[in-house]
Design a protein around this ligand. Structure first.
Ligand code: ADP
Ligand code: ZN
Ligand code: ZN
Length: 746
């Protein structure tokens, strides 16, 4: 018997290997879904066994034996293997590379997946003599006794994971103190695969309103019937979607199944975790991009063994192994961070729906601004729509109004009416959120004398002016930085002017207009540090009267209870962009930011300052709401033959010379069937074009778009054509990727 192994090499095939005589027993033979070490060329690579075969097409004497068996059991179950094959087919990505994206680094490197973990063991009961008696230490002594009691009571066990204790708020220095007293001792061991404690409810469920009730009954039905069902939970901001998630999770968790909750990339995770761990006593696992490799591996293992009961994670958590997954929830499912923008360009919602289907479990996509794709799936009856139209509790939806900035006096880029509205809000001791989706001081540095503008030497982009902590010019597309020039490099003039407004400049201007009001800037520059969000929240709650200035970062799930006015200068610019998804994304962003207004008892309002008050998309959004605009945009897409009514594949080419990109795309195009055949298959191929930002980080980007009316026909074409294209001599030295269901192309 031989095995087929998927290796992390960019080749669209698997590799046959021999298994030495000594491992040719039923017990030792490498299992499908386990890792083996093999030699490949001059390297040694870790691969995944994907098949057992009787014979190979390669002659016996050319085959190599595997070097080592790394796992004596499968580490990937059937469902996960099926998922890997599906990803490889659907995204036209090599199977071995798919595994490289799916698996944690240490697993890919061949490390043992059962890493020992830190434990503490109770040695004896504590008594008063174990604690210091000096008056000075009275207070500390008390808390030590309390902690020790908790330690003993915790799970009524004698051995406890250190991470669990730390999560309870026990300080590591205390543990060391206990150890010095001989109360406890440290040891490390591999976590046993004992099932965790059953989940219980810590806090009562809220009494659901009618709409929430209808939604939860439908979800319960799918859970009861143990079948796949996709739901679109379409509920305005504050309508109680999270409460529906929580109640949907309860029967699943109490049936000893796991729940996976996907959340967008940034900011959201700590707040989200709190709501789930307040409701349930359960092992909650957080998976985000900031974890170390070891912590990630332990998390992976906790999912695999079923130790983790509630898993909250960003995009890539959808690839984790689960002992017993019962429900997938995708919060803010419209969010663009669910689409990966390099290597395997998957969309986490699509992967989640596929996983739900194979695992026969419900999947809930929750959002206030559903993507056109998900609305289309509802129309096709592939998703069941559940709607929440009213805010839960006492809060009202904030009305959105336009401010026609053409007929107004201006001050620092803000219309007079907008400033007056801000002043009125502040006078009531309420807060204002000003949304400006551009960080830094100013987007352009211009020479007044000759018109020179500071551009990135590596990208087709202007450099952004940043004044603090030191004045520099920065590229927001690569990591280029330079000091602020004192004179124009072209004409020598000293009249260099920052043009346009970023969050830092807006913060400065607002401080001039509203002298005594604290202005809190919230963007990537001010939230870099680990504790910055905490500080920002403290500052916000300490100042009932304050102005928050934020980028799209504030759109995501944050709760600012005292914000009653949301002001958006120029938020509507995106309605003019050339990209076909831009109106959809702009509308989503506006509604998400607007949702920050009046979330608590006080009612709120939203003002959009615009220079194009008769823009039809903007008017529909303001007068009739997001769904009305979404339906209108969907009808336009159908008329124009754009996704989701057609299926798209973008061929992306990246290289050091533009001509070489063009050469490859020309050659590749020639390998396509002729026009008549393409047309008969319902396929259309664009001309060769350069990407909107052609030069980025010193590399040139070009592309070719293929649209198909029928998904099968498109994928069939790609199956036949893509291999040939990659083997073209002109493909050499280029980075070429297929982007299936791209998020845009203009
Ligand atoms: P969403 O996730 O849709 O933005 P949340 O679930 O955060 O909304 O709910 C908004 C607020 O309303 C929260 O404070 C929540 O506790 C409260 N809430 C939700 N459902 C109910 C309900 N049925 N009765 C009373 N309050 C509710
Ligand atoms: Zn000049
Ligand atoms: Zn750059």
């Amino acid at each position: 018997m031989l095995i087929q192994v998927a290796l992390p090499v960019p080749l669209y095939r698997v590799f046959d290997y021999l298994v030495p005589e000594i491992w040719q027993t039923a017990e030792l033979f490498p299992k499908i879904g386990s890792r083996v070490l093999v030699s490949f060329g001059r390297q040694k690579l870790v691969g995944i066994v994907v098949n057992h075969i009787e014979t190979s097409e390669i002659s016996q004497n050319k085959l190599k034996e595997i070097v080592e068996i790394l796992d004596n059991q499968a580490i990937l179950d059937d469902n996960l293997l099926k998922l890997a094959h599906w990803l490889s087919h659907y995204y036209h990505y090599p199977l071995g590379d798919v595994f490289a994206v799916m698996l944690p680094t240490l697993i890919r490197q061949g490390k043992a997946f059962e890493q020992p973990q830190d434990f503490w063991r109770v040695l004896r009961k504590a008594d008063d003599n174990d604690f210091s008696k000096s008056a000075k230490q009275q207070k500390q002594q008390f808390s030590l006794i309390e902690l020790y009691n908790e330690f003993n009571l915790f799970n009524n066990q004698h051995e406890i994971l250190e991470s669990q204790l730390l999560a309870q708020g026990v300080k590591k220095s205390y543990l060391q103190k206990f150890a010095e007293k001989g109360l406890i001792e440290h040891f490390s061991a591999i976590v046993s695969e004992q099932p965790p404690k059953p989940v219980t409810l810590k806090q009562d469920n809220l009494l659901l309103n009618d709409e929430q009730n209808i939604a939860i009954q439908q979800i319960f039905q799918a859970i009861d019937e143990k079948k796949y069902q996709g739901f679109l939970l379409n509920g305005i901001t504050g309508s109680g979607k999270t409460e529906v998630y929580l109640q949907a999770m309860q029967p699943v968790l109490q049936n000893n199944q796991q729940v996976l909750i996907l959340v967008p990339e940034i900011g959201l995770t700590p707040q989200t975790e709190q709501r789930f761990s307040e409701r349930f006593s359960a092992n909650v696992l957080m998976l985000h991009s900031g974890l170390t490799d070891t912590v990630r591996l332990n998390g992976w293992q906790a999912c695999r063994t079923g130790q983790a009961q509630i898993i909250i994670g960003t995009r890539s958590s959808i690839f984790y192994p689960f002992a017993n997954l019962g429900l997938i929830i995708i919060d803010e499912s419209h969010d663009q961070s669910y689409k990966q923008q390099d290597t395997l360009r998957y969309h986490a919602s699509d992967v989640a729906l596929y996983r739900g289907m194979t695992a026969k479990i419900p999947v809930i996509l929750g959002t206030a601004t559903p993507s056109l794709e998900s609305l289309h799936l509802v129309n096709q009856q592939k998703l069941k729509e559940l709607t929440l139209t009213k805010r839960a509790g006492n809060a009202n939806t904030a009305p959105i109004q336009l401010i026609d900035a053409r007929q107004q006096k201006w001050q620092h880029g803000l219309a007079e009416n907008l400033i007056n509205a801000m002043r009125q809000t502040l006078e009531k001791d309420e807060q204002v959120l000003v949304f400006l989706n551009r960080r830094g001081y100013a987007p352009i540095l211009l020479c007044d004398a000759c018109g020179w503008q500071a551009d990135c030497p590596r990208c087709d982009a202007h450099l952004t002016v940043h004044l603090s902590p030191v004045p520099v010019l920065k590229c927001h597309h690569c990591d280029w930085q330079s000091f602020m020039p004192k004179t124009c490099p072209d004409c020598g003039s000293t009249n260099l002017d920052p043009v346009g407004m970023g969050t830092a400049r807006l913060t400065e201007s607002l401080a001039e207009i509203f002298a005594d009001v604290p202005i809190i800037q919230i963007d990537r520059d001010t939230t870099k540090r680990k504790d910055s969000w905490q500080k920002i929240y403290q500052q916000i709650s300490a100042n009932p009267k304050a102005i928050l200035v934020g980028t799209q970062m504030v759109a995501k799930g944050h709760h600012f209870p005292n914000v009653t006015l949301v002001a958006m200068p120029n938020a509507d610019r995106g309605f003019l962009s050339a990209d076909f998804r831009s109106p959809e994304h702009t509308a989503q962003l506006i509604i998400q930011v607007a949702g920050r207004a009046g979330r608590a008892e006080k009612s709120g309002r939203v003002l959009i300052q615009t220079l194009q008050p008769e823009n039809p998309a903007l008017l529909t959004l303001v007068r009739h709401g997001y769904l009305a605009l979404a339906r209108q945009l969907l009808a336009e897409r159908q008329l124009l033959g754009l996704p989701p009514f057609t299926y798209a594949c973008l061929v992306r080419v990246e290289g050091r010379f533009l001509e070489k990109n063009h050469q490859f795309l020309t050659d590749a195009k020639q390998l396509l069937p002729n026009q008549a055949t393409l047309t008969s298959l319902g396929l259309a191929v664009s001309g060769i074009v350069d990407a909107p930002m052609t030069k980025k980080n010193s590399r040139y980007h070009s592309q070719l778009l293929i649209l198909g009316r029928n998904r099968q026909a498109l994928h069939q074409l790609l199956n036949d054509w893509w291999q040939m294209a990659l083997n073209l001599p002109s493909a050499k030295y280029l980075k070429i990727t297929l982007d299936i269901d791209p998020s845009g192309w203009a």
